[in-house]
Design a protein around this ligand. Structure first.
Ligand code: BEZ
Length: 254
């Protein structure tokens, strides 16, 4: 899935993405000088944290906008534009870290993604990642599906949100030993009165392709009315995030 990011807006309203990713760093027991790839590094905030923890880092992202922002913000760190389905590492890394990225990759491509990661790691190397898990943003996608249907439009959730069982199986097939896996709810506050609509505009662009801007705005207003009772508390919007968090080590080469 290719997304053109508005990198500045992402930084302004959605800095919770790297902020929450800090907990995933704790899955890594890094030693000084460990080679770590931050796969889907975005604006580089977590690549910087990895470097602060003593890692020898490389940030990779498919988005030219994000790589430009990462290089500007962290000029002393190395960043490269590359697709997660095509990247490689030479020499192999001690760890691959990835936060809030895998749900952007189509379900059919995950065996390839995991084989790329496997080959980019040394034997025993670790994958630590977190992304949207089964049921992620379920209320938002259900409301949009209903509103689209009323207008004779088709809504298909464009993300991949697997269960632990499903993803652990993929990891094992791709040569990993799953050491830790968890699925948990994480309601996530969205900034401002239009927090829900802004979230949809930023992240859920694909279903709105080809829909005139005015109709898209109406759909978002309707979604806000529909979801107010469920996702708004104390005057604040909370997106209904569900995370899958995983630590797996490379058992054999695929
Ligand atoms: C997530 O981090 O779970 C996510 C973000 C944007 C769109 C879909 C999922």
């Amino acid at each position: 899935m290719n997304i053109n990011w508005d990198a500045a807006l992402y930084r302004k309203n959605f800095s919770f993405v790297p902020e929450y990713g800090k907990a995933v760093l704790e899955l890594l027991s890094l030693k000084e000088g460990d080679r770590v790839i931050d796969l889907g590094c975005g604006d580089g905030s977590l690549t910087q944290k990895l470097a602060d923890m003593g890692a020898d880092v490389l940030g990779i992202d498919a988005s030219a906008e994000m790589i430009a922002l990462a290089k500007k913000t962290h000029p002393n760190l190395p960043f490269e534009r590359a697709d997660a389905l095509e990247f490689s590492a030479n020499p192999p890394a001690d760890a691959v870290f990835s936060n809030a990225v895998f749900h952007w990759i189509d379900a059919k491509d995950h065996p390839l993604l995991l084989s790329r990661i496997n080959r980019a790691l040394r034997p025993g190397g670790v994958l630590a990642c977190e992304f949207g898990g089964r049921g992620n943003n379920g209320a938002i996608h259900a409301a949009l599906k209903k509103i689209f249907a009323k207008r004779g439009l088709e809504y298909e959730c464009p993300f991949y949100f697997p269960s632990v069982g499903e993803y652990a199986t993929l990891l094992e097939r791709a040569g990993f030993k799953v050491e830790f896996a968890s699925l948990f709810d994480r309601p996530t506050e969205q900034a401002g009165e239009d927090g829900l609509a802004n979230w949809i505009r930023m992240f859920d662009k694909i279903p709105f392709e080809g829909i005139p801007a005015r109709e898209a705005d109406e759909i978002m207003e309707e979604a806000a009315r529909e979801l107010e009772g469920k996702l708004r508390r104390g005057g604040k919007w909370f997106a209904d995030y569900v995370r899958i968090r995983i630590k797996a080590s490379k058992e054999f080469e695929v």
